[in-house]
Design a protein around this ligand. Structure first.
Ligand SMILES: [Fe+2]
Ligand SMILES: [Fe+2]
Length: 279
């Protein structure tokens, strides 16, 4: 059962004058990705097919991720009445789909998969916290706070299972670090770029991973402050069995902060000057 529902949100308190167009663009993007999470649920249930307890947790996790998509969708449609979520979601799923047919984790093992999930939840937890802190629009601020809390619980869920399974499959620290870094690098892949394109592009625009991925990362990164990357570094250090205060842990924190700043400054930008409200 979810920790909160859409009916708890005071939707009529939305303040249009406080909507940041760049934040609207990344929220539309996040709505598509979150709403598509059932594919990941199917994939995880296949990989952990012998563990019914874990599967039942995954099914709750899918419901919560879908609710994130629904909340962001509803806010985006109130903020921009011309935003056609169904049409945009169809465009996204026509372009992007997970390979859900595999029997084994693409990370090489079940624990490798759990580390990757910890990294994803670290990213979403820190991202929604950064958005909530930067957001001036009160309804979206509350939604982001609630989602950030869920994402932290998701991290704890996958981390707990990783700890429980450590004796069954003991991955070396080096392997865990490589898996974590590999999953962080995947933020550059087509999923977010295609979601940004599907959510925001005009019909005549052609998809480009470089342009739309860059535009997505640039906007998302600019909301991060040092405290958010410190928190993300602490969580990724735990997932990869590195002491956060160690030399490796401190170096990782600096690298994550540098990566986020680089994305915010150096990535190619894409003007949404046609108006994010009517794309
Ligand atoms: Fe989520
Ligand atoms: Fe999550």
């Amino acid at each position: 059962m979810s920790r909160w529902t859409l009916s708890e949100i005071a939707w009529d308190q939305l303040e249009p004058a406080k909507i940041d167009p760049d934040m609207l663009a990344v929220i539309k993007t996040a709505a598509l990705v979150e709403y598509n999470s059932h594919d990941y649920g199917h994939y995880l249930n296949t990989i952990f097919k012998e563990d019914q307890e874990f599967q039942s947790k995954v099914n709750v996790w899918v419901k919560e991720e879908r609710q994130h998509g629904q909340a962001l969708e509803k806010w985006a449609m109130l903020a921009d009445p011309e935003f056609d979520f169904e049409k945009r979601f169809q465009t996204f799923t026509d372009m992007f789909s997970l390979k859900t047919g595999c029997e084994d984790s693409i990370r090489g093992s079940q624990n490798g998969e759990l580390i990757a999930r910890c990294i994803v939840e670290t990213g979403t937890s820190s991202y929604y916290t950064a958005l909530a802190d930067a957001c001036e629009e009160p309804v979206l601020k509350l939604i982001c706070q609630k989602i950030a809390a869920d994402e932290f619980c998701h991290f704890k869920l996958f981390y707990k299972y990783l700890q429980q399974r450590a004796e069954k499959e003991d991955l070396s620290r080096f392997r865990r670090i490589c898996l974590a870094l590999g999953r962080i690098k995947e933020t550059d892949d087509d999923e977010l770029a295609m979601a940004f394109y599907a959510a925001n592009a005009s019909p005549c625009e052609t998809y480009s991973r470089k342009i739309h991925g860059g535009a997505s990362l640039k906007r998302a990164s600019r909301y991060y402050k040092r405290k958010h990357t410190q928190r993300a570094a602490y969580m990724t250090a735990k997932a990869s069995a590195v002491a956060p205060q160690s030399f490796v842990g401190a170096l990782r924190e600096r690298l994550i902060y540098a990566y986020v700043r680089w994305n915010a400054v150096a990535k190619a930008d894409l003007s949404l000057s046609r108006g994010t409200r009517s794309l």
